[in-house]
Design a protein around this ligand. Sequence first.
Ligand code: CP
Ligand code: NVA
Length: 323
Amino acid sequence: MATAGHALAIRISAHIMTERPHRDFLNISDFSAPETFALFALAERMRAKQYTARSLSGRALAMIFMKSSTRTRVSFEVGAAQLGGTAHFLSPRDVQIGRGEPIEDTARVLSRYVDGIMIRTFAHADVERLAQYADVPVINGLTDLSHPCQVLADVLTMRQHLGEIRGRTVAWIGDGNNMANSWIDAATLLGFSLRLACPEGYDADALLLARAAEAGADVRIVRDAHEAAHGADVVTTDVWASMGQEEEQHQREKAFAQFQVNAALMSRANANAIFLHCLPAHRGEEVTAEVIDGPQSVVWDEAENRLHMQKAIMAVLMGGESL
Ligand code: CP
Ligand code: NVA
Protein backbone atom coordinates (compact mmCIF):
# COMPACT_ATOMS: atom_id res chain seq x y z
CA MET A 1 0.00 0.00 0.00
CA ALA A 2 2.77 2.37 1.06
CA THR A 3 4.61 1.70 -2.21
CA ALA A 4 1.51 2.28 -4.32
CA GLY A 5 0.80 5.49 -2.42
CA HIS A 6 4.38 6.60 -2.90
CA ALA A 7 4.18 5.88 -6.65
CA LEU A 8 0.97 7.89 -6.86
CA ALA A 9 2.58 10.79 -5.01
CA ILE A 10 5.52 10.73 -7.45
CA ARG A 11 3.10 10.68 -10.41
CA ILE A 12 1.16 13.63 -8.97
CA SER A 13 4.25 15.68 -8.21
CA ALA A 14 5.69 14.85 -11.68
CA HIS A 15 2.45 16.09 -13.20
CA ILE A 16 2.59 19.29 -11.15
CA MET A 17 6.25 19.82 -12.03
CA THR A 18 5.75 19.28 -15.76
CA GLU A 19 2.61 21.43 -15.89
CA ARG A 20 3.55 24.67 -17.58
CA PRO A 21 2.66 27.64 -15.40
CA HIS A 22 0.83 30.29 -17.37
CA ARG A 23 -1.57 33.19 -16.98
CA ASP A 24 -4.61 34.11 -19.05
CA PHE A 25 -6.01 37.53 -19.88
CA LEU A 26 -9.78 37.11 -19.98
CA ASN A 27 -10.76 40.28 -18.12
CA ILE A 28 -9.09 43.46 -16.91
CA SER A 29 -9.25 42.14 -13.35
CA ASP A 30 -6.81 39.33 -14.29
CA PHE A 31 -3.92 41.75 -13.67
CA SER A 32 -3.50 43.68 -10.43
CA ALA A 33 -3.36 47.49 -10.54
CA PRO A 34 0.47 47.61 -10.17
CA GLU A 35 0.81 44.94 -12.89
CA THR A 36 -1.51 46.93 -15.17
CA PHE A 37 0.54 50.11 -14.69
CA ALA A 38 3.67 48.07 -15.48
CA LEU A 39 1.94 46.79 -18.63
CA PHE A 40 1.20 50.41 -19.64
CA ALA A 41 4.86 51.32 -19.09
CA LEU A 42 5.95 48.38 -21.27
CA ALA A 43 3.44 49.34 -24.00
CA GLU A 44 4.73 52.93 -23.85
CA ARG A 45 8.30 51.68 -24.38
CA MET A 46 7.02 49.77 -27.36
CA ARG A 47 5.28 52.85 -28.76
CA ALA A 48 8.53 54.82 -28.31
CA LYS A 49 10.44 52.03 -30.10
CA GLN A 50 12.63 51.62 -27.00
CA TYR A 51 11.68 47.96 -26.68
CA THR A 52 13.38 45.90 -29.36
CA ALA A 53 13.58 42.44 -27.72
CA ARG A 54 12.39 39.53 -29.87
CA SER A 55 10.55 38.06 -26.90
CA LEU A 56 8.28 35.86 -29.04
CA SER A 57 11.12 34.43 -31.12
CA GLY A 58 10.12 30.91 -32.21
CA ARG A 59 6.69 31.26 -30.57
CA ALA A 60 3.27 31.10 -32.15
CA LEU A 61 -0.14 32.58 -31.39
CA ALA A 62 -3.35 30.94 -32.65
CA MET A 63 -6.15 33.45 -33.25
CA ILE A 64 -9.72 32.10 -33.29
CA PHE A 65 -12.21 34.57 -34.75
CA MET A 66 -15.90 33.60 -34.54
CA LYS A 67 -16.78 37.27 -35.32
CA SER A 68 -15.36 39.80 -37.79
CA SER A 69 -12.35 41.96 -37.00
CA THR A 70 -10.01 44.48 -38.58
CA ARG A 71 -8.06 46.04 -35.70
CA THR A 72 -7.79 43.04 -33.37
CA ARG A 73 -6.70 40.67 -36.11
CA VAL A 74 -4.13 42.94 -37.72
CA SER A 75 -2.70 44.32 -34.48
CA PHE A 76 -2.18 40.85 -32.97
CA GLU A 77 -0.74 39.53 -36.25
CA VAL A 78 1.66 42.42 -36.76
CA GLY A 79 2.45 42.62 -33.06
CA ALA A 80 3.45 38.95 -32.89
CA ALA A 81 5.65 39.39 -35.99
CA GLN A 82 7.35 42.49 -34.53
CA LEU A 83 8.21 40.46 -31.42
CA GLY A 84 9.73 37.71 -33.58
CA GLY A 85 6.80 35.29 -33.41
CA THR A 86 4.04 34.14 -35.73
CA ALA A 87 0.25 34.46 -35.56
CA HIS A 88 -2.22 32.08 -37.19
CA PHE A 89 -5.69 33.29 -38.19
CA LEU A 90 -8.43 30.69 -37.71
CA SER A 91 -11.94 31.51 -38.91
CA PRO A 92 -14.99 29.28 -38.35
CA ARG A 93 -15.26 28.85 -42.12
CA ASP A 94 -11.88 27.12 -42.25
CA VAL A 95 -11.43 25.27 -38.98
CA GLN A 96 -13.28 22.40 -37.36
CA ILE A 97 -14.55 24.49 -34.44
CA GLY A 98 -16.98 25.99 -36.97
CA ARG A 99 -18.28 22.47 -37.66
CA GLY A 100 -18.86 21.68 -34.02
CA GLU A 101 -15.52 20.34 -32.73
CA PRO A 102 -15.71 20.86 -28.95
CA ILE A 103 -13.88 23.87 -27.55
CA GLU A 104 -12.20 21.58 -24.98
CA ASP A 105 -10.65 19.46 -27.77
CA THR A 106 -9.63 22.57 -29.71
CA ALA A 107 -7.92 23.89 -26.57
CA ARG A 108 -5.98 20.66 -26.01
CA VAL A 109 -4.91 20.30 -29.65
CA LEU A 110 -3.87 23.93 -30.16
CA SER A 111 -1.86 23.76 -26.92
CA ARG A 112 0.35 21.12 -28.59
CA TYR A 113 1.21 23.53 -31.44
CA VAL A 114 1.20 27.08 -30.16
CA ASP A 115 2.34 29.17 -27.20
CA GLY A 116 -0.81 31.27 -26.82
CA ILE A 117 -4.41 31.42 -28.03
CA MET A 118 -6.39 34.58 -28.72
CA ILE A 119 -10.12 34.13 -29.16
CA ARG A 120 -12.99 36.41 -30.25
CA THR A 121 -16.38 34.83 -29.81
CA PHE A 122 -19.94 35.25 -28.49
CA ALA A 123 -20.36 33.53 -25.10
CA HIS A 124 -17.77 34.49 -22.49
CA ALA A 125 -18.20 31.02 -20.95
CA ASP A 126 -16.65 29.54 -24.12
CA VAL A 127 -13.48 31.54 -23.51
CA GLU A 128 -13.40 30.39 -19.90
CA ARG A 129 -13.75 26.76 -21.04
CA LEU A 130 -10.99 27.26 -23.61
CA ALA A 131 -8.73 28.64 -20.88
CA GLN A 132 -9.61 25.80 -18.54
CA TYR A 133 -8.55 23.16 -21.06
CA ALA A 134 -5.61 24.96 -22.69
CA ASP A 135 -2.05 24.51 -21.42
CA VAL A 136 -1.04 27.89 -22.87
CA PRO A 137 -2.17 31.46 -22.10
CA VAL A 138 -5.56 32.46 -23.48
CA ILE A 139 -6.31 36.08 -24.41
CA ASN A 140 -9.85 37.45 -24.75
CA GLY A 141 -10.11 39.32 -28.07
CA LEU A 142 -13.79 40.26 -27.36
CA THR A 143 -16.80 38.38 -26.09
CA ASP A 144 -20.39 39.48 -25.56
CA LEU A 145 -19.34 40.25 -21.98
CA SER A 146 -16.05 42.12 -22.30
CA HIS A 147 -13.33 43.59 -24.50
CA PRO A 148 -10.37 43.97 -22.15
CA CYS A 149 -7.58 44.43 -24.75
CA GLN A 150 -9.49 47.37 -26.22
CA VAL A 151 -10.13 49.09 -22.90
CA LEU A 152 -6.48 48.72 -21.82
CA ALA A 153 -5.56 50.40 -25.13
CA ASP A 154 -8.14 53.10 -24.37
CA VAL A 155 -6.67 53.79 -20.94
CA LEU A 156 -3.21 53.85 -22.56
CA THR A 157 -4.60 56.55 -24.88
CA MET A 158 -5.91 58.49 -21.87
CA ARG A 159 -2.40 58.40 -20.38
CA GLN A 160 -0.90 59.53 -23.69
CA HIS A 161 -3.19 62.57 -23.94
CA LEU A 162 -4.13 63.41 -20.36
CA GLY A 163 -1.23 62.08 -18.26
CA GLU A 164 -2.24 60.82 -14.81
CA ILE A 165 -5.51 58.84 -14.96
CA ARG A 166 -6.39 58.81 -11.25
CA GLY A 167 -8.93 61.53 -10.53
CA ARG A 168 -10.09 61.68 -14.16
CA THR A 169 -13.73 61.20 -15.17
CA VAL A 170 -14.82 59.07 -18.10
CA ALA A 171 -18.34 59.39 -19.57
CA TRP A 172 -19.66 56.30 -21.31
CA ILE A 173 -22.60 57.19 -23.57
CA GLY A 174 -24.88 54.53 -25.08
CA ASP A 175 -25.12 50.76 -24.83
CA GLY A 176 -24.14 48.91 -21.67
CA ASN A 177 -22.23 46.41 -23.80
CA ASN A 178 -18.91 44.53 -23.70
CA MET A 179 -16.97 47.82 -23.91
CA ALA A 180 -18.99 49.42 -21.10
CA ASN A 181 -18.38 46.34 -18.95
CA SER A 182 -14.61 46.49 -19.45
CA TRP A 183 -14.66 50.23 -18.65
CA ILE A 184 -16.38 49.33 -15.34
CA ASP A 185 -13.60 46.82 -14.62
CA ALA A 186 -10.93 49.39 -15.51
CA ALA A 187 -12.44 52.10 -13.29
CA THR A 188 -12.70 49.61 -10.43
CA LEU A 189 -9.08 48.48 -10.80
CA LEU A 190 -7.35 51.73 -11.71
CA GLY A 191 -9.26 54.29 -9.66
CA PHE A 192 -10.79 56.78 -12.07
CA SER A 193 -14.44 57.88 -12.11
CA LEU A 194 -16.92 56.47 -14.59
CA ARG A 195 -20.37 57.80 -15.49
CA LEU A 196 -22.49 55.46 -17.59
CA ALA A 197 -25.40 56.96 -19.52
CA CYS A 198 -27.38 54.03 -20.88
CA PRO A 199 -31.09 53.95 -21.76
CA GLU A 200 -33.21 51.86 -19.41
CA GLY A 201 -33.10 48.21 -20.45
CA TYR A 202 -29.59 48.58 -21.93
CA ASP A 203 -27.56 48.69 -18.75
CA ALA A 204 -24.13 47.18 -18.25
CA ASP A 205 -23.64 43.80 -16.55
CA ALA A 206 -25.32 43.80 -13.13
CA LEU A 207 -22.66 41.57 -11.55
CA LEU A 208 -19.80 43.82 -12.63
CA LEU A 209 -21.69 46.89 -11.42
CA ALA A 210 -22.27 45.20 -8.06
CA ARG A 211 -18.57 44.27 -7.82
CA ALA A 212 -17.60 47.87 -8.59
CA ALA A 213 -19.94 49.13 -5.86
CA GLU A 214 -18.57 46.58 -3.38
CA ALA A 215 -15.01 47.69 -4.16
CA GLY A 216 -15.99 51.30 -3.49
CA ALA A 217 -15.35 52.34 -7.12
CA ASP A 218 -16.72 55.67 -8.33
CA VAL A 219 -18.96 54.14 -11.02
CA ARG A 220 -22.37 55.76 -11.45
CA ILE A 221 -25.31 55.15 -13.77
CA VAL A 222 -27.24 58.16 -15.03
CA ARG A 223 -30.06 58.21 -17.56
CA ASP A 224 -29.17 61.56 -19.10
CA ALA A 225 -26.23 61.66 -21.54
CA HIS A 226 -25.59 65.39 -20.92
CA GLU A 227 -25.41 64.80 -17.18
CA ALA A 228 -22.83 62.04 -17.73
CA ALA A 229 -20.71 64.24 -20.01
CA HIS A 230 -20.75 67.22 -17.61
CA GLY A 231 -17.15 67.95 -16.58
CA ALA A 232 -15.82 64.71 -18.10
CA ASP A 233 -12.20 64.34 -19.25
CA VAL A 234 -13.05 61.52 -21.66
CA VAL A 235 -16.24 61.00 -23.64
CA THR A 236 -16.59 57.60 -25.21
CA THR A 237 -19.22 55.52 -26.96
CA ASP A 238 -19.69 52.48 -29.19
CA VAL A 239 -22.11 51.19 -31.81
CA TRP A 240 -25.76 50.84 -30.77
CA ALA A 241 -25.99 47.27 -32.10
CA SER A 242 -22.98 45.06 -31.44
CA MET A 243 -21.95 42.03 -33.48
CA GLY A 244 -24.70 39.44 -33.14
CA GLN A 245 -27.41 42.09 -32.50
CA GLU A 246 -27.87 43.19 -36.12
CA GLU A 247 -31.56 42.25 -36.09
CA GLU A 248 -32.19 44.71 -33.23
CA GLN A 249 -30.72 47.64 -35.19
CA HIS A 250 -34.03 49.38 -35.88
CA GLN A 251 -35.38 49.02 -32.34
CA ARG A 252 -32.05 50.18 -30.93
CA GLU A 253 -31.93 53.29 -33.12
CA LYS A 254 -35.14 54.41 -31.40
CA ALA A 255 -33.96 53.51 -27.88
CA PHE A 256 -30.61 55.30 -28.32
CA ALA A 257 -31.79 58.44 -30.16
CA GLN A 258 -30.96 60.66 -27.15
CA PHE A 259 -27.56 59.02 -26.66
CA GLN A 260 -25.61 60.41 -29.60
CA VAL A 261 -22.20 61.99 -29.02
CA ASN A 262 -22.47 65.30 -30.90
CA ALA A 263 -21.05 68.81 -30.54
CA ALA A 264 -23.73 69.81 -28.01
CA LEU A 265 -22.85 66.84 -25.81
CA MET A 266 -19.09 67.43 -26.14
CA SER A 267 -19.61 71.04 -25.05
CA ARG A 268 -20.72 69.71 -21.62
CA ALA A 269 -17.34 68.00 -21.12
CA ASN A 270 -14.10 69.71 -20.07
CA ALA A 271 -12.64 72.01 -22.73
CA ASN A 272 -9.63 69.70 -23.21
CA ALA A 273 -11.67 66.46 -23.07
CA ILE A 274 -10.81 63.71 -25.54
CA PHE A 275 -13.22 61.56 -27.54
CA LEU A 276 -12.63 57.80 -27.78
CA HIS A 277 -14.37 55.13 -29.87
CA CYS A 278 -13.13 51.56 -30.20
CA LEU A 279 -14.26 51.49 -33.87
CA PRO A 280 -15.82 50.57 -36.21
CA ALA A 281 -18.04 53.68 -35.89
CA HIS A 282 -21.36 54.55 -37.46
CA ARG A 283 -21.24 58.29 -38.21
CA GLY A 284 -24.67 59.86 -37.77
CA GLU A 285 -25.72 57.21 -35.22
CA GLU A 286 -23.77 56.96 -31.95
CA VAL A 287 -21.41 59.79 -32.98
CA THR A 288 -21.53 62.65 -35.46
CA ALA A 289 -18.83 63.05 -38.12
CA GLU A 290 -18.11 66.48 -36.60
CA VAL A 291 -17.00 64.85 -33.32
CA ILE A 292 -15.21 61.73 -34.52
CA ASP A 293 -13.36 63.65 -37.24
CA GLY A 294 -12.95 66.75 -35.05
CA PRO A 295 -10.06 68.12 -32.94
CA GLN A 296 -11.00 66.35 -29.68
CA SER A 297 -11.08 62.92 -31.28
CA VAL A 298 -8.03 60.69 -30.67
CA VAL A 299 -9.50 57.55 -32.18
CA TRP A 300 -6.55 56.90 -34.53
CA ASP A 301 -4.07 56.99 -31.64
CA GLU A 302 -6.49 54.71 -29.80
CA ALA A 303 -6.50 52.24 -32.70
CA GLU A 304 -2.68 52.38 -32.90
CA ASN A 305 -2.45 51.70 -29.18
CA ARG A 306 -4.08 48.31 -29.71
CA LEU A 307 -0.78 47.23 -31.28
CA HIS A 308 1.45 48.47 -28.43
CA MET A 309 -0.86 47.23 -25.67
CA GLN A 310 -1.23 43.75 -27.12
CA LYS A 311 2.49 43.45 -27.77
CA ALA A 312 3.01 44.18 -24.07
CA ILE A 313 0.38 41.57 -23.12
CA MET A 314 1.93 38.92 -25.41
CA ALA A 315 5.47 39.71 -24.26
CA VAL A 316 4.39 39.11 -20.65
CA LEU A 317 2.06 36.12 -21.12
CA MET A 318 3.99 34.31 -23.87
CA GLY A 319 7.45 35.87 -24.00
CA GLY A 320 8.74 35.66 -20.44
CA GLU A 321 8.77 39.43 -19.94
CA SER A 322 8.25 40.22 -16.25
CA LEU A 323 6.05 42.91 -14.77
N1 CP B 1 -12.16 47.71 -31.87
C1 CP B 1 -12.06 46.48 -32.38
O1 CP B 1 -11.96 45.49 -31.67
O2 CP B 1 -12.04 46.44 -33.74
P1 CP B 1 -12.16 45.15 -34.65
O3 CP B 1 -13.56 44.62 -34.51
O4 CP B 1 -11.89 45.67 -36.04
O5 CP B 1 -11.15 44.16 -34.21
N1 NVA C 1 -19.45 46.41 -29.00
C1 NVA C 1 -18.88 46.13 -30.30
C2 NVA C 1 -17.40 46.31 -30.26
C3 NVA C 1 -16.72 46.06 -31.57
C4 NVA C 1 -15.23 46.18 -31.49
C5 NVA C 1 -19.26 44.72 -30.72
O1 NVA C 1 -19.21 43.82 -29.87
O2 NVA C 1 -19.62 44.52 -31.88
